[in-house]
Design a protein around this ligand. Structure first.
Ligand code: 5CA
Ligand code: ZN
Length: 433
């Protein structure tokens, strides 16, 4: 699959320092990436299930991982980035059936819209953008290996993963067993299915069901016990990440609703199949964006869509600023006031950098770097830019007051400052002024 065009990331003087991020597995802040300076930082971020358009929750999540990559690039790490598209799964097939659309067409058109939204928001694209369907041979290979290791078994033709084949199972999300069982049931799992060895065991390969697409796994896989069918969800991401990044990646990312079961299961599957640990050095989860008291979700339909705002003429940079005004890990509710405030901020920033000269900006880069390195404190980073803009506006106001009083003293300015500020907002915050 192809991704979307990459925005330019300007170079900044010097380098940012290591970025401390909240690691769900470590339950605290850790320095990232684990890669040595100058080495590529490897990141896998879970992609969309393309059955509806990009909403503010998705945008907020992909923005968080865009900012991490900008900070890593600024710290001198090349970034190796992989993202998937869950282009075959229950919700997509259900939506296609409900609306009478072809499921392949639905996935293609929503993925195309997602690319447009990501491009407009200036989100860095992955180097490998990989669909579940095109990854079926990779999935089959892992399922066969798990069967060979005795870590998978058959239930009426479906193949399940034995979660306790991984001694580290549970160490990503740190839920107790009752919480795991409830959450598993709420997020696509089937804890009550008869015939499973453990209620938490998850589906690796689902045998063909009437009216649903299925794939022939090949002779060797058939001999190992796979029937024609389709991949389970968690193994899709484990297979794509292992193929394109390998074990010990620097970061596995997604929204907080993916910590369990998705990232827990994917990590265990990869760890059992390779016999190595860890799958990822850091697990980073963004907060959930809601609307009217509920998590924004395609299944509930309570959506504010990026494309709808764009088509209504909203500047994507204002959308980006509206999201940046919230810390990535908090859960928050989208309101129209967020966008209105971001539009005002964008206009003020643009006016301040559009002058031929500006008040000194030499300390702003260090301030923004320091705030971003502290678990992506974007509200703090915006405040640092706001501070410069306010000084610039005050100097302008003082100048015009002086001019009307015919006084000679004018605020100290230099011609480099506006460009310095626009390069910082562009490189570190992705906001083009
Ligand atoms: N295809 C899987 C991941 S492999 C999936 O979860 N797709 S998704 O379309 O449902 O979500 C895509 C990403 O957006 C996930 O990281 C998810 O955690 C995040 N996300 C979904 N809803 C919200 C929300 N309301 N707020 C913040 N992030 C969200
Ligand atoms: Zn995933």
């Amino acid at each position: 699959m192809h991704a979307w065009p990459a925005p330019e990331v300007p170079d900044l003087p010097g380098h940012g320092s290591a970025v401390r991020l909240h690691d769900t597995a470590a339950q605290g802040l850790v320095p990232t990436p684990a890669a040595a300076p100058g080495e590529a930082a490897r990141i896998y971020v879970c992609g969309i299930t393309p059955y509806d358009a990009t909403h503010m929750g998705h945008a907020n999540t992909y923005l968080a991982f865009d900012l991490i990559q900008r900070a890593w690039l600024d710290a001198g790490h090349p970034v190796s980035y992989v993202q998937n598209v869950t282009d075959v799964d229950d919700p997509l097939l259900e939506r296609a059936l409900a609306t009478g659309q072809d499921w392949v067409r639905l996935a293609e058109s929503e993925t195309a819209l997602f690319r447009e939204d990501m491009t407009a928001l200036r989100i860095l694209p992955p180097q490998h953008y990989v669909g579940a369907v095109e990854s079926i041979p990779l999935v089959v290979d892992l399922v066969v290996k798990l069967l060979e290791r005795g870590a998978a078994y058959d239930v009426d033709g479906d193949i399940y993963f034995s979660v306790h084949a991984d001694p580290a199972f549970g160490s990503v999300a740190h839920l107790d067993t009752p919480d795991m069982l409830t959450t598993f049931g709420e997020r696509g799992g089937d804890p009550g299915r008869p015939g499973k060895k453990n209620a938490l065991d998850c589906l690796l390969w689902q045998a063909e069901r009437e009216g649903e697409p299925s794939w022939e796994p090949g002779e060797a896989a058939r001999a190992a016990g796979l029937k024609p069918g389709r991949p389970g969800w968690h193994i899709e991401c484990a297979a794509i990440a292992l193929e394109h990044l390998g074990m010990g990646i620097d970061l596995q990312g997604g929204g907080s609703d993916l910590a369990f079961p998705h990232h827990e299961m994917g990590a265990s599957e990869a760890q059992v199949v390779t016999g190595e640990r860890p799958y990822a050095h850091t697990y980073v989860h963004s907060g959930m964006v809601g609307l009217d008291g509920e998590k924004m979700s395609k299944s509930k339909g309570n959506l504010v869509l990026v494309s709808k705002l764009r088509h209504a003429g909203v500047d994507p940079m204002a959308i980006r600023l509206a999201l940046l005004a919230h810390h990535y890990r908090t859960d928050w509710e989208w309101t129209d006031a967020d966008l209105a405030a971001a539009e005002v901020r964008l206009a003020r920033w643009r006016a301040a950098v559009s002058r031929p000269d500006g008040v000194p900006a030499d300390d702003v880069l260090a301030a923004v770097r320091e705030r971003i390195a502290d678990d992506l404190d974007t509200p703090g980073a915006l405040a640092a830019i706001d501070g410069w803009v306010a000084r610039q506006e005050a100097a302008d106001a003082a100048d015009s007051a002086d001019a009307s009083a015919s006084a000679s003293a004018s605020a100290e300015r230099n011609t480099a400052a506006p460009g310095q500020i626009s390069r910082i907002t562009d490189a570190l915050l992705g906001v083009a002024l």
